[in-house]
Design a protein around this ligand. Structure first.
Ligand code: E4P
Length: 219
């Protein structure tokens, strides 16, 4: 199971890269705005130099022609760029064409299994179903992941990876793993929560105390 971090914050990306557990990065226009960076292209260039895995960079336009131009431009920033396009007819057309040219494409804003089938047929490298936003409206986000994983498993020629997005909790990550999703893109705060368990903390405190009592050293 791959972990992407869902942020455009360079400091967070650098810190999480040090864990050795990061496989990629996803950004979106809202995360870029939140980062405070004023030069999107330079920001993406910097992120893609820090992380060797896929870095999703989203087009800003919504019409086919401009999305194609933006997608081609973004894909040339670095070899590990995944061009992110919206789940629209024009977005899927861009996906089909860029994928044909060997560019990784991430189809974002997926909220149904039907949309995920379209993304796979358009040759997407990734499809991003938004589980948290579905949960927010009382429509089970993880059920969608289950449905997509099941449909994709019926068709081995579908090469699209299920990238669980809009993750809000460690439980979402665990559920994604249980369902066999390929990737989860996770906010930095949730990645940090994954490490935590009160029994780990209390167990370690006890080991440290007992070791001191033994009076020994290893080095
Ligand atoms: C990832 O690619 C998405 O942009 C992101 O996970 C959206 O998350 P949100 O619903 O918390 O904004």
């Amino acid at each position: 199971m791959k972990f992407f971090v869902d942020t455009a914050d360079i400091k967070e990306i650098e810190a999480l890269t040090e864990t050795g557990l990061l496989d990629g990065v996803t950004t979106n226009p809202s995360l870029v705005a939140k980062s405070g960076h004023s030069n999107f292209v330079e920001l993406i260039r910097e992120i893609s130099s820090i992380v060797s895995g896929p870095v999703s960079a989203e087009v800003a336009a919504t019409d086919y022609e401009t999305m194609m131009e933006e997608g081609k431009f973004l894909s040339k920033i670095a070899d590990n760029i995944a061009v992110k396009v919206p789940m629209t007819p024009a977005g899927l057309r861009v996906c089909k064409n860029l994928s044909y040219d060997g560019v990784m494409v991430n189809v974002t804003l997926c909220f149904s299994a039907a949309q995920a089938i379209l993304a796979a047929k358009a040759g997407a490298a990734f499809v991003s179903p938004f589980v948290g936003r579905l949960d927010d409206i009382g429509s089970g986000g993880m059920q969608l992941i289950s449905d997509i994983c099941q449909v994709y498993s019926n068709y081995p020629d579908f090469k699209t990876e299920v990238l669980v997005a809009s993750v809000r909790s460690p439980e979402h990550v665990v559920q994604a793993g249980l369902l066999g999703a390929h990737v989860a893109t996770i906010p930095p705060s949730v990645i940090r929560q994954l490490f935590k368990h009160p029994l780990t903390d209390s167990g370690l405190a006890q080991f440290v105390e007992d070791w001191k009592k033994s009076g020994q050293t290893i080095l």
